[in-house]
Design a protein around this ligand. Structure first.
Ligand code: KG4
Ligand code: ZN
Length: 346
């Protein structure tokens, strides 16, 4: 089954062709970062106009690189949300037009399902039936969730953020430190060589259990950002050089530590429960590109004797290949659009 997918939920325009949910024939990503950088964040009005400009050429290129023809496609998939409304609209309109013109089914995909399925796209990672049940940490610019994945499309939320997402916390922290946008990669670069224990920032992890309910493992990152703000106000001068590296490393450490600690608790809670044990531990989303986080989670996985499944860096940040994978792998969750025929997938 050959699926052409479109992703335009935020500031990346992407088109991909993927076979059987795993074989990536093409995956083109046009990032708008440079155009939003002067504003220190994504400007929705600019984002949707750029999607409109770039998408047609990208679709042609995706087809060419895959050596595919329009007729050879079995379905068109598109991110239907969550995301910026005006940006989503560009991708959805294009996908609807293509599906109608080609007479192919149109499949609407949840962006978060896409991130989850990015792990199965990565060469060397096991197929879902060999990886699940899987403990999965989803860390992007807009979302932070800890999930028990029974199979693609079927999961239980063990916890999530109560305020800022992990990526948002890194972006906001980087902004306070005068670094560029997006803040996550800038902060990682600046933190290299810094002392992660130089400043003791708060760790935002909450554990609570309502009577009769399962344990919740939530996150909170808004206090961390405020703590950095107060810390910078107390510094004798704006930090630079080694001091900047120390503060960046300490801030990054607070985010990584909060994430890893909740994952550790989820793994321990599982050991004490009678649910079928996890067969793997995974991390997906833009923040999963962070090497400090990747190393910390890998150590945790090996301490629990589990394989660590990480998405390849190019599949961590937004891309259309993961949307095609989710369209193929989780048919129940794709929420197909009205008035379009659907086909059984998977
Ligand atoms: O998944 P994604 O591309 O978009 C959303 O769906 O939100 O994630 C973007 C987020 C941004 O917050 C960005 O700062 C973060 O991923 N990010 C990183 C790194 N690369 C991207 N965070 C930490 N370290 C990185 N190397
Ligand atoms: Zn995303």
């Amino acid at each position: 089954m050959r699926i052409l997918a479109i992703e335009t939920s935020c500031d990346e325009t992407s088109a991909a062709i993927v076979e059987d949910g795993r074989r990536v024939l093409s995956n083109l990503v046009h990032t708008q970062i440079a155009r939003h950088q002067p504003y220190g964040g994504v400007v929705p009005e600019i984002a949707c106009r750029l999607h409109l400009e770039v998408l047609p050429g990208l679709l042609d290129q995706a087809l060419r690189e895959a050596g595919a023809t329009w007729d050879s496609l079995d379905a068109i998939a598109v991110t239907r949300g969550p995301g910026l409304a005006s940006s989503l609209l560009v991708g959805i309109s294009a996908a609807k037009g293509l599906a109608l013109r080609l007479g192919k089914p149109l499949l609407g995909v949840n962006h978060l399902e896409g991130h989850i399925c990015s792990v199965f796209l990565t060469p060397g990672n096991p197929a879902p039936e060999d990886a699940c049940p899987c403990l999965l940490l989803l860390v992007s610019g807009g979302h932070t969730q800890l999930l028990r994945i029974e199979k693609p499309g079927v999961c239980r939320v063990l916890g999530g953020t109560l305020d800022d997402a992990a990526g948002e916390a890194l972006d906001k922290g980087a902004k306070l430190l005068g670094l560029g946008y997006p803040g996550g990669p800038e902060l990682e670069k600046t933190a290299r060589g810094g002392n992660p224990r130089a400043v003791e920032f708060p760790r935002g992890g909450l554990r609570h259990r309502d009577p009769g309910s399962p344990l919740r493992l939530d996150f909170s990152f808004s206090g961390l950002k405020t703590s950095l703000l107060y810390h910078l106000r107390a510094e004798p001068a704006p930090p630079d050089g080694t001091r900047l590296a120390d503060i960046a490393a300490s801030y990054q450490e607070a985010v990584v530590d909060a994430l890893a600690s909740q994952c550790a608790r989820a793994l321990e809670a599982q050991t004490a429960s009678d649910a079928p044990p996890y067969r793997s531990f995974a991390c997906v989303g833009g923040v999963a590109r962070n090497t400090v986080l990747r190393e910390r989670l890998s150590a945790l996985a090996s301490a629990h004797g589990l394989p660590m499944l990480l998405a390849a860096p190019d599949y961590c940040t937004d891309n259309a290949a993961m949307i095609a994978a989710a369209a193929y792998l989780c048919p129940c969750e794709t929420g197909n659009f009205d008035a379009t025929p659907t086909i059984p997938l998977g």
